[in-house]
Ligand binder design. Structure first.
Ligand SMILES: NC(=O)c1ccc[n+]([C@@H]2O[C@H](COP(=O)([O-])OP(=O)(O)OC[C@H]3O[C@@H](n4cnc5c(N)ncnc54)[C@H](O)[C@@H]3O)[C@@H](O)[C@H]2O)c1
Length: 320
């Protein structure tokens, strides 16, 4: 496991639940993170792994011949470079989201995976969430008729974490992305589940998109309040507008609306909305399903619980 920050620490615990895995190497630039991951292994009844410290020490791990899979949990900039290096050394790779941060990197992943015949999987976990899986099952069984439109989002107020120099992201990497790039920086959680329901790459494909961002207000307003009007955080330029809305048209004539906002005081939401010729489902702000012939009204709570049980996805039934 490479990168043992907030997500990576949890990954050590999560992987330890899978009996068939052996976690043999832990990699980070900070000794304290490796030590804390070793403690997690101990708590989970697992043997100690080999610890590696250093910005390029992932290479040594990729070069070992007793490892099948490299799991990358670093900041975004290293996902594709480490994945490519790992595949070049015969390893399968799983990366945290996003798999790549440029079109060029995405092609490097595709080309390297095809040439080396190694698997490269981006771990989009929200596609496995319960309501998402049940509504995928319903969509595939035709309960919503023909799906016409879907919406997803990553609306998550991360302002406190973005500016936390001590306990936040390593080297403020996420704030730096906000300084340098505009657009939808993190579409995967909202897009993954609805793309699945819409059969993207299983009969349909995204054809074109229009993406619009608001201007940036949130980071500056927050920084002024927290650090003062003349502070560096309050006076620097942030490229990313607070709310980005991206509308995608698919080859088969469907539309997808994806939003991204991590800098406004809003309750968490990934929306997860599916709208078809026979019905509708939405997860946020409140789970609801409406079906013909009563498309005007949400199902009662009892009817909702019952239909979600009927269409519980087989993977959920088996694994929980
Ligand atoms: N799927 C999800 O639900 C989910 C949730 C949270 C985070 N994430 C993703 O997980 C990734 C990590 O996020 P995080 O919140 O843990 O960030 P973080 O900053 O806490 O962790 C990054 C870690 O990488 C380490 N690191 C930096 N350079 C390194 C190098 N050269 N070699 C090895 N390690 C290095 C840092 O020391 C740090 O421990 C991101 O891609 C994020 O988008 C996904």
């Amino acid at each position: 496991i490479v990168g043992l920050g907030m997500r990576g620490q949890g990954a050590v615990e999560r992987l330890s639940f899978i009996a068939e895995t052996k976690i043999v190497a832990l990699v980070d630039v900070r000794q304290a993170n490796v030590d804390s991951a070793q403690k997690t292994l101990e708590r989970m009844g697992r043997p100690k792994a080999d610890g590696y410290i250093g910005a390029e020490s992932y290479k040594e791990v990729c070069e070992r011949n007793d490892i099948d899979l490299i799991y990358v949990c670093t900041h975004w900039d290293l996902h594709a470079p480490i994945a490519v290096y790992a595949m070049e050394h015969g390893k399968h790779v799983a990366t945290e989201i996003p798999g790549a941060i440029s079109v060029e990197e995405a092609w490097q992943l595709v080309n390297t995976a095809e040439r080396t015949r190694r698997h490269m999987m981006m771990l989009e976990n929200c596609v496995y969430d319960f309501f998402e899986m049940a509504t995928l099952n319903m969509a595939q069984k035709g309960v919503f008729g023909e799906l016409v439109h879907a919406e997803g989002a990553y609306i998550h107020d991360l302002r406190w974490l973005l500016f936390d120099e001590k306990n936040g992201y390593w080297d403020m990497w996420r704030l730096k992305h906000n300084e340098l790039k505009n657009g939808c920086l993190y579409p995967m959680h909202g897009l993954g589940p609805v793309a699945h329901a819409l059969n993207i790459h299983r009969g349909d494909r995204m054809e074109y998109l229009v993406s619009v961002s608001s201007d940036q207000f949130g980071l500056t307003a927050y920084a002024k309040e927290k650090f003062g009007d003349t502070s560096s955080y309050a006076t620097r330029n942030y490229a990313r507008g607070d709310m980005n809305t991206t509308i995608i048209k698919t080859e088969n004539g469907k539309t997808i609306n994806i939003q991204h906002d991590v800098t406004s005081p809003r309750p968490y939401s990934r929306i997860h909305m599916l709208s078809g010729t026979k019905g509708f489902a939405q997860k946020w702000p409140k789970k609801g399903i409406a079906l013909e012939p009563n498309g005007h009204s949400y199902l009662s709570d009892a009817a909702l619980d019952s239909i979600l049980k009927v269409y519980e996805h087989p993977i959920v039934t088996e694994i929980g």
